[in-house]
Write a protein that binds this ligand. Structure first.
Ligand code: C5P
Length: 230
């Protein structure tokens, strides 16, 4: 179930930046990339079509959260774009997640965000009025995600063990916040190296700036890929 390629977060502001970045790689090297809100809202669905036409795989990270019918219709559109994986907020509920799956169909992977990693336990208790620990809330949402028939969740690498033991070992854990040993952490708080993420059972890792901002992005990508597969 583990994806061999690290997913590269294409956190670029424009189509041109993406084209220039992808052009650094040899034509036969096919990547798995993450397209997030900034790029999608700037460049539109055309960016997904372009990246797919180049033979790369796409995780479209739009974190849908709306009434079930709207999410189902939106997912149909994303399915027609040929995305390989996309996501919703688990907080939208089991009915919404089931509707998302119906709209997307069975081909692409569908995962959910539990608690955003930018949410602290204090904020969760105060603002969302959820009076458990953050870790319990994450596991609760993961169990509901599995119940809705989704493939897995986006989570911190530190949460993988608890999530897999509360669901099952095939339940996908996709983990951002990955940093090669010795590289800049940036605004991430709790990071893990690719090889440690592998050890604890991550199925997919998402890596952005350590690759996109590297002096030699291709070399950085290959090193991270090698560490992930070591
Ligand atoms: O540059 P960096 O490796 O930190 O990029 C990580 C990517 O994963 C970014 O696109 C970020 O928005 C995303 N992400 C994250 N933490 C989450 C969910 C998504 O870092 N909990």
């Amino acid at each position: 179930m583990r994806e061999i390629r690290p997913i590269v977060a294409l956190d670029f502001p424009s189509f041109e930046d993406v084209k220039a970045f992808l052009a650094l790689f040899p034509e036969e090297e096919k990547l798995y990339v993450k397209i997030g809100m900034e790029l999608y809202y700037a460049a539109g669905p055309e960016i997904v079509r372009y990246v797919k036409s180049q033979g790369h795989s796409v995780f479209l990270d739009l974190k849908l959260h709306d009434i079930p019918n709207t999410v189902k219709s939106a997912m149909k559109v994303l399915s027609n774009l040929g995305v390989d994986m996309t996501n919703v907020h688990a907080a939208g509920g089991v009915e919404m997640m089931k509707a998302a799956r119906e709209g997307l169909g069975q081909g692409p992977k569908l995962i959910a965000v539990t608690q955003l990693t930018s949410t602290s336990e204090e904020q969760m208790k105060d603002f969302q009025n959820i009076q458990t620990s953050l870790a319990e809330s994450v596991v609760h949402y993961a169990k509901k995600t599995a119940e809705a028939g989704l493939d897995g969740v986006v989570c911190s690498a530190h949460e993988v063990e608890a999530i897999k033991s509360a669901t099952n070992s095939d339940f996908v854990c996709l983990t951002p916040g990955i940093r090669p040993a010795g590289s800049a952490i940036g605004d991430q708080k709790r990071v893990m190296t690719p090889s440690d993420a592998r050890q604890i059972g991550s199925d997919y890792i998402v890596v952005g700036r350590p690759i996109t901002q590297a002096e030699n992005p291709v070399e950085a990508y290959r090193q991270i890929k090698a560490d992930w597969n070591a």
